[in-house]
Design a binder for this molecule. Structure first.
Ligand SMILES: [Zn+2]
Length: 145
């Protein structure tokens, strides 16, 4: 298994490096633009046009919308005991499907059957663990009612 925390660290580093590079390019473009306007070639009109173009490029990069981040998703498998009807929520494993019997009930040792497979969206990767536990509890409550 890959350690999730390490994974997140790598993502964060990649993202910040990208941001720094983007900002550098941006500042560079604007600086070049201003430099052209003030200390360009002999033709002041051309300098103005070139300078303006560079500044426009920089500004349009600023205004570019950041692509929405992929929400962290977690898939859960909801199991129900055939014998006593108790609900168990587990992390989805490959090959899980509805009506598949999977494992043994912790309460009565009856066989568990997959009744539902859920995919939950998690907003913050940081709170993943906490949120997941909370979601599991909420799901359990909902199903019991
Ligand atoms: Zn049971």
């Amino acid at each position: 298994m890959i350690d999730e925390e390490d994974d997140e660290e790598v993502l964060k580093k990649k993202w910040s490096l990208k941001t720094i590079l983007k900002n550098l390019v941006l500042i560079g473009l604007i600086v070049i633009g201003i430099a052209f306007m003030y200390i360009g070639g002999p033709d002041p009109t051309m300098n103005l046009i070139i300078g303006f173009t560079f500044i426009c490029l920089g500004v349009s990069i600023i205004q570019m919308k950041k692509p929405p981040k992929d929400p962290v998703r977690q898939t859960l498998t909801i199991l129900k005991c055939n014998n006593c009807g108790s609900i168990e929520v587990k992390n989805y494993e490959e090959g899980d499907f509805v009506f598949k019997s999977k494992g043994v009930c912790t309460k009565c040792a009856g066989s568990l059957e997959v009744i539902q497979i859920y995919s939950v969206k998690l907003k913050k990767a940081k709170d993943k663990g906490k949120k997941l536990e909370k979601d599991k509890e909420t799901l359990k409550q909902t199903i019991k009612i």
